[in-house]
Ligand binder design. Structure first.
Ligand SMILES: NC(=O)c1ccc[n+]([C@@H]2O[C@H](COP(=O)([O-])OP(=O)(O)OC[C@H]3O[C@@H](n4cnc5c(N)ncnc54)[C@H](O)[C@@H]3O)[C@@H](O)[C@H]2O)c1
Length: 322
């Protein structure tokens, strides 16, 4: 059955890919985005677009919507350390206003972009949703605060809610890909080196207790992630706040990712070893057993070279199109 969805942050990387998947599945999509870090041209054709803030969602939300998919947030870890108030105001304050607007309009289903950053330093090799949450940045803390807020909303007011805790999102889906400014994610940074826009890549720490000394992360293709959102809409249950990790369960070290980018792009991609960054755990890998069990989700694009190849194609096309 086709639905009508509000996608906040749908002019950004993940939101635009999910909006496109919703449209391809025959749903009606309205994107609400203030373009603070997103791009008008990233909003997929066929979606309605409102340039506005989540804080003002009450102006546009009404009972005709079946659900909200909430991506709008600031997500730069370093910036959140320097300006925590910006993260509390936008991520927490924005979501508070959105939940109020949803309650008033009678929209009772929410899918929220949570993050692996809610866990902080991991207590186990494969992180499950039962692991302790102790974020190491105001960004992670703001996202965890929203998760707690949603838990209360589900318990008190019957919201059907799913928080999806993404690990490292990467890759592209057709004309929708990753564009952050400043860029802080490893794969697009490496592609900037391959495109000659950056001289080298900094490797932050090569003395971690990992096989090659560099940090290990779980890279998940953005299209696999998008599919989980559609499944989450079906799985959402009134009065329950379901939290699911989204990752492949495979870790790749920074050096393995660099090597993969060298192979895919044919560029030597010089690297410079720098010191560890505070708050960077050695290993962050997801157990996605719950997403498999509760959402029926199985990622099908786990191959790192394939993820990098899709991101590379997007990066080159984007530069060519200007
Ligand atoms: N990219 C990742 O690896 C990753 C990992 C974990 C979690 N997440 C979460 O996923 C979501 C999307 O991330 P992304 O990488 O696509 O980021 P992005 O910056 O590309 O997209 C965020 C979008 O939200 C919009 N926005 C921000 N504040 C807004 C507001 N108050 N009102 C309206 N629009 C607003 C921005 O303009 C932008 O288009 C975020 O919530 C982020 O915390 C991302």
């Amino acid at each position: 059955m086709s639905g009508k969805y509000l996608v906040t942050g749908g002019a950004g990387y993940v939101g635009s890919v999910v909006a496109r998947h919703l449209l391809e599945a025959g749903h009606t999509v309205t994107v609400l985005d203030d373009l603070s870090t997103g791009f008008r041209e990233a909003v997929p054709a066929g979606a309605y677009f409102i340039e506005g803030r989540v804080q003002d969602a009450a102006r546009w939300l009404d009972g005709s919507y079946d659900a909200v998919l909430h991506f709008a947030a600031f997500s730069q870890v370093g910036e959140s350390v320097a300006r925590p108030e910006k993260y509390w105001s936008n991520n927490v304050g924005g979501t508070m206003a959105l939940l109020d607007a949803m309650r008033t309009a009678g929209v009772r289903t929410l899918v929220f972009s949570s993050t692996a950053a809610t866990y902080g330093e991991p207590a186990s090799a494969l992180l499950t949703e039962a692991d302790p949450t102790a974020p190491t940045s105001p960004y992670g803390t703001s996202k965890l605060a929203v998760d707690h807020m949603i838990t209360g909303e589900a318990a008190a007011h019957g919201l059907a809610a799913v928080s999806l805790r993404y690990f490292n999102v990467a890759g592209a889906y057709g004309s929708c890909g990753e564009r952050h400014d400043p860029e802080s994610h490893l794969i697009p940074l490496l592609l900037q080196v391959a495109l000659g826009e950056r001289e080298s890549i900094s490797v932050f720490g090569d003395d971690y207790p990992t096989p090659d000394g560099t940090c290990v992360r779980d890279y998940i293709h953005v299209a696999d992630l998008a599919e989980a959102h559609l499944l989450a809409l079906d799985a959402a249950t009134a009065g329950e706040h379901l939290i699911c990790n989204l990752g492949n369960g495979n870790g790749f070290s920074v050096r393995e990712v660099i090597e993969t980018v060298r192979k895919v792009t044919g560029h030597p991609v010089p690297e410079v070893t720098a010191g560890r960054r505070p708050g960077d755990p050695a290993v962050l890998v997801a157990s996605a057993a719950r997403a498999h069990e509760r959402l029926g989700w199985t990622p099908s694009r786990a191959d790192l070279a394939g993820i990098v190849a899709d991101a590379w194609e997007f990066a080159r096309r984007e530069r060519a199109d200007g």
